[in-house]
Write a protein of this length. Structure first.
Length: 102
């Protein structure tokens, strides 16, 4: 099933939360002077690898976030176009009904 606007926004929220968690690491680095940074991340290969992996994850999450924003924009345009042409919007394509399991 194709993503609905709601499911895309849900995915964006999830990515944003992951980015927020990783940003805390970057803010920690931002508060350091170079000597503290050097002592924290440049002493061993393990520290360098941790820094590399975190920076890479932040970049990957940002790319995913931007792609989702573009998908949301495209979905909104699609909904508006279909609404203008008089198509039925409540056809399961734009709205995914949920069912409760309790």
């Amino acid at each position: 099933m194709a993503d609905t606007l709601g499911s895309l926004i849900d995915k964006l929220f999830t990515i944003d939360m992951k980015m927020w968690t990783n940003q805390e690491f970057l803010y920690e680095i931002r508060r350091m002077d170079f000597e503290e940074f050097d002592n924290s991340f440049m002493q061993t290969g393990e520290e360098k690898l941790e820094l590399f992996e975190t920076l890479k994850k932040c970049c990957d999450l940002n790319v995913q976030r931007n792609q989702l924003i573009d998908e949301i924009d495209e979905k909104i345009i699609e909904i508006i176009k279909e609404g203008i042409t008089g198509k039925v919007l409540d056809n399961g394509k734009h709205i995914q009904r949920k069912h409760k399991t309790y």
